[in-house]
Design a protein around this ligand. Structure first.
Ligand code: ISL
Ligand code: CA
Length: 534
């Protein structure tokens, strides 16, 4: 069986601070705003808050480009506000993990400013420089991963040119990172979500990208020669001295390589986010494609089989990089939004693996329809516009059709707290979803309370945490039926991923312990979800 750990039993809620709640009317969500809305999070019964970057940043990539690691972004508040937030979270009986973004920094970080200033600057070797452009690696955000600095040399950035990659082969860089980690851990944070952490080690022979990885270079970028040495070193140097949790973003890690990051005997990371479920609707070119329920079910079985009892999984269907789950895996038409949001909650909170809920999913928030490039904020979408429409063959109609499915901005619109919006008394930094008058925290209490009920159930039932997973009908086109079994306790979960009334025999005498319909008997109705205790 599994070794018991608090983070295996925890439910995590992700806050994207810019869009959570604005406490001072400048239009930008902030740390005081999180304190003011802490009851909303606490009311769900979650255990851990993951805070997306709250550091000083020029915000080329909304904070995933850090200028100063020990400073709170001025738009979010002060270090005092951070300390107060941490105190409030602990007082509410929860924990806080923060985002560790150390594959790259901002190009405005003083290390990079110094590094690029001259060949013999002591910080030169903090980044990855070359006299000639060494290879054809692309940036994840489009365009080449090498940019020539005014001095003539080229530097590596696997993301935006404003996000130069750190040189982890330089031991001074690793010492700096470990110091930053200790700084926040010593304040009392309970761990880290680690941004693209498998990218940190680079193959310095710089081979060209194999042809078959053109559209997914991340599968090369995670295979650097020392990634596991560095993670093990980070674990023994820093993490082991604290009772904390770590979750790495395993973007581009194969199923086969996953255990190397999370096998507890290797002492690297506690968990990683695996991407297959959020890539189920993406084609080989990264654009949207239709998906089927059997494909999604197969992902969970594959992932389950990839780890043994020495590695612990995560469960997530959304975050700040993904569209809204109701629009993507559910049905966001008014008559089905609530039911399908509750069904997806059931999936997330009864699956094996520590569940991560993204802000607003507990309200059943939906995607919006973007019709003009100026309506977007995300640099990834803006780059795609240039590459695909302005300099490429894509029609505007095709571009919007795709982005309305995949854009990261669907998740980044400010939280609608009331029918008036309620996010800010000023001008929001980014427009709310125009449907806020209908879909907001006040109008979505049924979904919110269902999340709370599911979380309470998970906390009360070890089988929902540690139980084995088995898919009972992998090929069924509408029904997702699976069990979670621990000792002599079995839960049977049945989810109807469609509006079709579908025959179903539970074989269980008793009523479901939880369902999103009254009278949960007989065939499964549209988007019906039932949890039986066998
Ligand atoms: O968001 C994506 C496209 O849907 C992914 O390719 C994303 O770039 C990848 O998951 C890495 O994401 C992380 O690092 C990025 C940052 O933009 C993302 O917000 C972050 O989650 C660079 O720091
Ligand atoms: Ca503010």
């Amino acid at each position: 069986g599994y070794v018991k750990r608090w983070w295996k039993e925890a439910v995590v809620y992700q806050v994207y601070p810019r869009s959570f709640y604005d406490s001072n009317g400048d239009g930008i969500g902030d740390l005081r705003g999180i304190i003011e809305k802490l009851d909303h999070i606490k009311g769900l019964g979650v255990d851990v808050i993951w805070l997306s970057p709250h550091f000083d940043s020029p915000n080329a990539d909304n904070g995933y480009d850090i200028r100063e690691y020990r400073k709170v972004g001025a738009e979010f508040g002060t270090m005092q506000d951070f300390d107060d937030l941490l105190t409030a979270i602990k007082a509410a009986g929860m924990r806080l993990i923060i985002d560790l973004v150390v594959n790259h920094t901002s190009d405005e970080h003083e290390w990079f400013v110094e590094s690029r200033s001259s060949y013999n600057n002591p910080k030169r070797d903090y980044y990855i420089w070359s006299e000639h452009k060494p290879n054809d690696w692309p940036s994840i955000f489009g365009g080449p991963a090498w940019t020539q600095s005014p001095g003539g040399d080229w530097y590596l950035h696997l993301f935006d040119p404003k996000q130069p990659d750190l040189n982890w082969d330089n031991p001074e860089v690793r010492v700096e990172v470990y110091d930053i980690m200790r700084f926040w851990l010593d304040k009392g944070v309970d761990g880290f979500r680690m941004d693209v952490i498998p990218f940190i080690s680079k193959d310095k022979t710089f081979p060209n990208l194999p042809e078959d990885l053109r559209a997914k270079p991340q599968y090369l970028y995670t295979t650097g020669p020392h990634v596991h040495d560095y993670l093990h070193e980070m674990n023994t140097e820093v993490l082991q001295q604290y009772d904390v949790m770590t979750v790495g973003e395993a973007f581009g890690v194969t199923l086969q390589d996953t255990p190397k990051f999370v096998d507890e005997r290797r002492q690297e990371l506690d968990m990683v986010f695996q991407f297959a479920a959020v890539e189920v609707d993406r084609g080989p070119d990264g654009r949207w494609k239709p998906w089927t329920l059997p494909q999604l079910k197969a992902v969970f079985t594959r992932q389950d089989k990839a780890l043994d009892h020495h590695g612990w999984p995560t469960m997530f269907l959304s975050n700040h990089d993904n569209p809204r789950i109701v629009s993507r895996y559910g049905d966001d038409r008014p008559e089905w939004r609530e039911k399908s949001a509750m069904l997806l909650a059931t999936l997330i909170l009864t699956m094996k693996g520590t569940p991560f809920i993204y802000q607003g999913d507990e309200l059943g928030l939906t995607n919006r329809t973007f019709t003009h490039i100026d309506q977007f904020n995300d640099l990834w979408t803006k780059n795609a516009w240039q590459d695909e429409v302005e300099n490429g063959p894509c029609s505007e109609a095709d571009f919007f059709a795709n982005q309305n499915k995949v854009s990261r901005d669907h998740a980044r619109m400010p939280m609608p707290w009331t029918a008036q919006g309620g996010f800010t008394t000023g001008q929001a930094w980014f427009a709310l979803n125009p449907n806020f008058t209908e879909i907001n925290a006040e109008s979505s209490q049924t979904i919110y309370r269902f999340y709370a009920d599911l979380i309470a159930l998970r906390h009360a039932e070890p089988a929902l945490v540690y139980g084995d997973y088995s898919d009972l009908a992998p090929a069924h086109p509408h029904l997702f039926t699976y069990t979670r079994t621990l000792g002599d306790t079995t839960f049977l979960i049945c989810l109807n991923f469609s509006v079709e009334i579908t025959a179903f025999e539970s074989g269980v005498e008793s009523e479901p312990v939880l369902s999103n319909y009254a009278s949960p008997f007989g065939p499964m109705r549209g988007w019906e979800a039932r949890i039986y205790k066998v």
